[in-house]
Design a protein around this ligand. Structure first.
Ligand SMILES: Cc1cc2nc3c(=O)[nH]c(=O)nc-3n(C[C@H](O)[C@H](O)[C@H](O)COP(=O)(O)O)c2cc1C
Length: 217
């Protein structure tokens, strides 16, 4: 796949999108973000910018230290095995310059890989036991886990590690959203298979948490 700048107009859906470089300095303290964090359910149609989406994905699971063997990330991981993936379900007009569709975040390259064309938010809301409020958010992040990446080393105990790690990632998203002046929600009630179908990724990427992000009324 050819990497292209997200700022280019008229790009076809099949190419990877290079995300803007994330900031490692902000103006909101961790304490302020913690104090303000809440689960939100009433989003407006206002979109999030490419810079904001880039920042949210980096905070979720971005690479913070490259070594020859492992790319260490913003969230801790048992054995540094990193069993998670983060998908971005971008709505129509959800992020200027990015077509509506489902994208998989590639932390090592800080890119988005297009997976499915078109606005899939309504289907995602239906898959989440009709929690249609989440389809109003301009962007919905979905954390998936590939259990065998961790159970291969830790056996059955690895399953709990994968779930714990998804919690780390979700808190990263909450806090980064607050620091950007955005708001996030969190949804664990959904039909796994239906969410997997909406995402269109490999069957091993089992959905763990859904996080709508945007602006609130
Ligand atoms: C694992 C998990 C699953 C959740 N699932 C849902 C959900 O499906 N729908 C929803 O509206 N809220 C969901 N929530 C949000 C909780 O209702 C919320 O965190 C709780 O009411 C505390 O509020 P706060 O997050 O604003 O502090 C979930 C939270 C967690 C941690």
């Amino acid at each position: 796949m050819v990497g292209i700048s997200m700022g280019m107009a008229g790009t076809s859906f099949g190419e990877d999108l290079v995300l803007p470089q994330p900031d490692t300095k902000g103006t909101v303290s961790v304490e302020e973000a913690l104090q303000a964090r809440r689960s939100h359910r009433r989003f407006t149609e206002k979109g999030v910018t490419k810079d904001e989406l880039s920042q949210l994905l980096w905070a979720a699971y971005g690479v913070t230290r490259h070594t020859s063997g492992v790319d260490f990330k913003t969230a801790p991981s048992a054995g540094a095995l990193y069993p998670l993936d983060v998908y971005a379900v971008v709505g129509e007009g959800g992020t200027a310059g990015i077509k509506a569709g489902v994208y998989r975040y590639l932390p090592e390259d800080h890119r988005l890989r297009p997976v499915r064309d078109g606005d899939q938010r309504e289907d995602l809301g239906r898959a989440a036991l009709q929690q249609m409020w989440l389809a109003k958010a301009p962007v919905v992040l979905v954390i998936t886990g590939e259990y065998r990446r961790t159970t291969g080393k830790y056996g059955n105990r690895g399953q709990r590690y994968v779930l714990m790690e998804s919690g780390n990632v979700s808190q990263n998203i909450f806090l980064q959203a607050e620091a950007l002046g955005l708001k996030a929600g969190i949804v664990g009630a959904f039909h796994d298979r239906e969410v997997s179908r909406v995402l269109g990724g490999p069957a091993e990427h089992e959905p763990l948490l859904i996080m709508p992000v945007g602006h609130i009324r």
